[in-house]
Ligand binder design. Structure first.
Ligand code: NI
Ligand code: MN
Length: 225
């Protein structure tokens, strides 16, 4: 399985048998993304919440690729109201898809679309694909239940925000890594805009000081998991 980081909270997973899952595709208006939406394919699009920097270019990609959206019920209804395919789920629920399993988690944040629709609770997601568990926290503050998420799922890769202001900053994110205890942490949601400037290498050092591993991905980089 491959993981590509577009910058911000936008990632693309390519499974061993070639299925493409895109998470929170914020590309065309993302000053740090080296990739634009016209160059991104998706069989599935997972959205953690409705904010513009997460919903992003999902509909542009969907018009071209006809993916199945996977998100919490209210956001899925919004997606369906725009004419796209959606699988409605909700927090605490998991479902098996042909690429693997998706389970939604809580996230402490908000969820409203750029055109003013409230889209239910924001979420994180645990993906179980090709024998690995990946936890994308979505936008969130630190919460103690992350311990439970780590206890119930042996997390291989934890993707988590460090940019502060709207989400966890570096020190809270280090604590989140301690709570979840993943094999590797990957920082996201930083340096896209001035208000979320943060040094991912400071985060990496602090995570490593706790005896944990951290990968700082370059914007546009793809790695083999
Ligand atoms: Ni947000
Ligand atoms: Mn955000």
């Amino acid at each position: 399985m491959k993981l590509k980081f577009f910058a911000h909270s936008s990632f693309q997973l390519t499974t061993n048998d070639g299925k493409i899952i895109v998470i929170d595709p914020f590309l065309d208006d993302n000053p740090k993304s080296t990739v634009k939406s016209k160059d991104v394919d998706a069989d599935y699009i997972i959205l953690t919440h409705g904010h513009g920097d997460h919903l992003g270019d999902a509909f542009k990609i969907a018009e071209r690729c006809n993916p199945l959206f996977i998100c919490v019920n209210e956001l899925a209804e919004y997606v369906a109201s725009k004419g796209f395919k959606a699988h409605n789920m909700h927090i605490g629920g998991g479902n098996n898809f042909d690429f693997g399993r998706v389970k939604f988690t809580i996230a402490h944040h908000g969820s409203k679309t750029p055109d003013g629709e409230y889209t239910g609770e924001p979420s994180g997601v645990v993906l179980s694909i090709d024998g690995m568990n990946i936890y994308h926290t979505g936008d969130t503050g630190l919460f103690l239940d992350m311990k439970l998420i780590g206890e119930l799922n042996s997390i291989d890769y934890m993707l988590l925000p460090i940019g502060d202001n709207f989400t966890m900053g570096i020190d809270d994110a280090v604590k989140a890594v301690e709570f979840v205890n993943p094999k590797k942490a990957i920082p996201m949601h930083y340096n896209t805009f001035p208000v979320i400037e943060a040094d991912p290498n400071e985060f990496k050092k602090k995570v490593e000081a706790k005896g944990k591993e951290c990968i700082v991905m370059e914007f546009g980089q793809e790695i083999e998991l």
